[in-house]
Design a protein. Structure first.
Lengths: 137, 96
């Protein structure tokens, strides 16, 4: 199985330097290690909150009717949000909250999918191992 | 043996922020490029009336073929920044 080298693995309490360590356990860690759910939630939250705040700021600075109308459409979904200085903070909070939920959910789904995949692989391996069990009786 | 199993139990994956940024940038850029050209090919009386609102954020962007290239560049930069931030924040929190 070819393993991608675009990610590293952190094992508490120390970080495993996978770029220098190509032992079998290290490769297994790199292939099957789960995503950190809270970290993913915070990362998405920061990115989404920052993006929404910047978008609001740009709309506010431009200040055209078209820009204000486009921005205010977000208020249909985000309670309390408006294209205003106050709205930048509200947008930041809403963006963080939504981003956190999305990121956390993404990590949970990804980790569950990997767990299910591993369970299937393990079950198949066990079945292969014991398929000729009766032949030896 | 035990330490390896413990490691596997407690390990979390880290992200390569630069690579994530490039991938996100390319995907988002390609998305806007394709969406713009799809609307152009579809035609109609008001081509890209809604997508054109992006020019509020991206000066120079229009729903034209040249605009799709400009939009690709803008979205690539936005995706690159978002991906890099995602990777950096994730790694920081995961290692904390």
């Amino acid at each position: 199985m070819k393993l991608s080298s675009d990610s590293a693995v952190a094992a508490t309490p120390s970080i495993v330097p996978t770029s220098q360590n190509h032992s079998a356990p290290s490769l297994l860690l790199r292939a099957f290690a789960p995503l950190h759910r809270t970290a993913m939630g915070v990362a998405w939250g920061v990115a989404a909150g920052g993006l929404l705040a910047i978008v609001t700021l740009v709309l506010l600075i431009r200040g055209t009717d078209e820009a204000l109308t486009a921005g205010s459409l977000l208020a249909q979904f985000l309670w309390g949000y408006s294209v205003s200085w106050h709205g930048i903070l509200i947008g930041l909070l809403w963006g963080f909250a939504l981003g956190f939920v999305l990121g956390y959910g993404f990590a949970v789904v990804r980790n569950t999918a990997v767990w299910l995949w591993l369970t299937v692989i393990r079950s198949r391996a066990e079945m292969d191992q014991y398929s000729d069990f009766l032949d030896h009786l | 043996m035990d330490t390896h199993e413990e490691q596997l139990e407690h390990a979390v994956i880290l992200l390569n922020g630069k690579l994530l940024g490039i991938v996100l940038g390319f995907l988002s850029g390609a998305g806007l490029f394709l969406a713009t050209n799809f609307l152009l090919l579809k035609g109609g009386p008001h081509v890209g009336a809604h997508l054109g609102l992006l020019s509020n954020f991206f000066p120079g962007y229009r729903v034209t073929f040249f605009g799709s290239i400009v939009g690709f560049c803008y979205m690539f930069v936005v995706g690159l920044i978002i991906g890099t931030v995602l990777g950096a924040v994730y790694n920081k929190v995961a290692q904390a």
